[in-house]
Design a protein around this ligand. Structure first.
Ligand code: TRP
Length: 338
């Protein structure tokens, strides 16, 4: 890093976030997280990771995992993350993550980890494979965060409990060994879209949903996107407005708002006197146009392994520089011989 980048990096507040590798990131991942990551690039010094180590807490086929890691790297670039502005890297490439994770694990209580709702859900779902990694998942996530001493961590609501635990661990260790870590704040984006299933709008949109009409992949083709929106479940009312018991319409308004930047009131006015059919078509079209350039870029990048490699290797180098400073400081203060 030269002096100029170093200086600007010091003035800007730092952001860290990560996404698990999945070849099928959804419209929910895009509107709920990635789109905001892109919008933070100029104002903040951003570190964005592909959390590949987290992926093996449930069984993965090696060939699929590899393809998904590449695919996620390509998607991060396709949505508009710029490796000149942000540090994009793969978690397992920076050894400090697993090292700090072990240390943090020794300062995390069994009871605390047992209370994590994601652990309870996932262990119910994968009852034949309740492994140590699944249980310790939040300590690895805490390491991902604390290594970079970020000011803010953009996370979805399902990760808030993990971030809270991360803050508790950091605070506990700061009290024992004075000022090891900056205590990170959750970052709540201005337009926070929590995208729900198109088939059961009381549930979060998820790629593991068996009904393929329930979710939209970022790289879905226009025809598929339109079909899914046309079939989106609504209600027996006819008015396009936010309301109780109108989960389907509320969700569509949220999606349309996140893409167009319009407020719910503006959207209600725009569709005054129009039916659900028109509205669903308009939302579908807005999504198609938003995702079209992303898919086109993705299709080029996914074939360009050498460019992807260039990006993640230089990202790992930058990440390593920051992460190793933190982990060395921690080891030293805990009494390890360096
Ligand atoms: N656990 C997060 C998720 O599943 C992904 C993640 C891993 C993460 N490490 C992180 C998010 C650090 C924020 C910060 O969505």
């Amino acid at each position: 890093m030269n002096d100029i980048t170093n200086n600007t990096a010091e003035i800007k507040k730092r952001v860290l976030s990560a996404v698990q590798p999945s070849g099928m990131l959804t419209l929910g991942n895009y509107l709920g997280a990635l789109k905001n990551w892109v919008s933070m690039q100029d104002e903040y010094d951003c570190f964005y990771a592909v959390a590949d180590l987290h992926a093996i807490t449930v069984r993965q086929k090696p060939a699929d995992l590899r393809a998904q890691i590449y695919s996620t790297c390509a998607l991060l670039l396709s949505v508009g993350l710029d490796p000149q502005k942000s540090t994009l890297f793969i978690q397992s490439h920076v050894g400090a993550h697993t090292k700090l994770s072990w240390v943090l694990g020794c300062y995390t209580q069994f009871g605390e980890l047992s209370r994590m709702t994601q652990f309870k859900d996932k262990s119910a779902k994968h009852a034949d494979n309740i492994n140590l990694g699944l249980f310790a998942y939040p300590t690895l996530m805490a390491a991902d965060i604390l290594l970079y001493q970020p000011d803010y961590v953009p996370v979805g609501s399902d990760q808030k409990q993990h971030l809270e635990l991360c803050r508790d661990i950091a605070d506990r260790m700061n009290n024992l060994y004075d000022n090891l870590f900056k205590i990170p704040e959750p970052f709540i984006p201005k337009i926070a879209a929590r995208v729900m299933s198109l088939q059961d709008p009381t549930k979060k949109m998820s790629k593991s949903d068996e009904n393929i009409n329930a979710w939209v992949a970022i790289v879905d083709k226009p025809d598929d996107i339109m079909r899914k929106f046309k079939r989106a479940v609504t209600d027996s009312d006819t008015k396009v407005c936010i309301g109780e018991g109108k989960d389907g319409i509320n969700n569509l308004i949220g999606i349309y708002s996140a893409i167009t930047g319009k407020t719910a009131e503006q959207i209600e006015a725009e569709f005054e006197g129009k039916g659900y059919g028109d509205f669903k078509k308009a939302v579908g079209e807005a999504v198609v146009e938003e995702l079209r350039p992303i898919r086109e870029t993705y299709e080029k990048l996914i074939k360009d392994k050498s460019y992807l490699e260039e990006v993640y290797k230089s990202g790992a180098q930058k990440a390593e520089y920051v992460a190793s400073r933190t982990v060395n400081k921690v080891m030293k203060k805990l009494g390890f011989v360096l």
